[in-house]
Design a protein around this ligand. Sequence first.
Ligand SMILES: Cc1ncc(COP(=O)(O)O)c(C=O)c1O
Length: 452
Amino acid sequence: MSQNKAPKNNVFYRNQNWHYPKIDQGEGIYLYDVNGKQYIDACSGSAVANIGHGNEEIAAYTEEQMKKIAFTHLSRWTVDTIEKCAAKVADWTPGDLNHVYFVSGGSEATETAIKMARQYFIERDGKGSTKWKVISKWHAFHGNTMGALSMTGIPERRSIYEPMLLDFPKIPQFYHYRNPWGCETLEETSVKAAEALEAEILKQGAEYIAAFITEPVVGAACPGIHPTKIYFEMVREICDRYDILLIVDEVMAGFGRTGKKFGIDHYGITPDIITAAKGMSCGYTPMGAAIASQKVFNRIMVEGSGQFIHGHTYAGNPLSCGIAAKVMEILERDHVVENAEVQGEYLLEKLHRLYQYPIIGDIRGKGLMIGVELVKDQQTKEPFEASQNVRGKLTVNCMEEGIVPYPGGGAVDGTHGDHILIAPPLNITKEQVDELFEGLERGIRRTLKDIG
Ligand SMILES: Cc1ncc(COP(=O)(O)O)c(C=O)c1O
């Protein structure tokens, strides 16, 4: 890390204190910088590059499609690739979630979902509907645009924008390792977390609540945490009972990341809206979607006005849709989702060996979406001082060892707490999992020496 804040070039980067290694190319799970150093992309960027880098088939397809037609505006035209992509997505989603509203990324997807929820109630109950609030959770990430950030439960990301955010209620997450209820088992935590939804609905008044949003397995905010099945069974029932739409944010978990097509497939319920992005196109083009159930679609588009008051310029462009359809074809043909399940189990089991190091607090995840939480004291779960920047040190040390994790923090109280997300490309092999593990372990050992 460098403390030199002088402009590096003309790019407005996220963090002027970071030294950005320059990447020249990628191949499979590996990235190569301009000096030829090889890295395992152990987080797929941010759980995006699920079929790895430098895919020749996608490159060839893209060239061909770009020559045919790259852009048309979805307000006027339809194209085969757009329809084909929507049909493929509908085929992948559970239940009757068959109506794909295309966007260009995760934040746009969650913004779209809440506008869809609002319009659903307007179409059903008239313009006077009071249902507009969206209940979300602490330890949750739904994006950085204002509506999405209003749902995001990460204090560090919200604090300076707080006056600009919508007043959306927040409830506790199914964060078993640090659960506020003193629960001994994940099942108990899951029940308590679901009961918190009902309590909040009663506090706010169901007539003001349009939707509840949750990730099926949590990403950046508190990587890898997940409930047992009972959570989603209860949440589905509570939402139905109080006339509230259930939005499941699959931006990170969707399209195979957790070893199933969608994260929600682990729990056997069907939401009203799914949001997706990242793995939908595996980084080969910006892409996202809000996928509506029959009930939501019909109310707005068939029985209602027939017009969803929303839209973005690049949404549903034929090039991006074609690429996403091709990605899904590859995921299916090469059994990539099944591989994520197998290698995910193998990696998770292997990672448990890391508990021998005193800074490892909790390891949890599903498929290849795994979180490792770091602590100062394994017994008391005391976190490190934020000033020690343990997540930064671990990241730099792992990168020196050729492994790229995705760091984050603040899960303890908004400031304290360090964690990393491990989320390599889903077509990783067993030998490559071993290589990833060994590099990560070397990075942890170096970090132990650094912090004394
Ligand atoms: C669960 C979840 N929702 C929403 C988003 C926002 O997506 P984007 O960064 O594409 O706007 C992310 C991004 O990490 C995410 O993980």
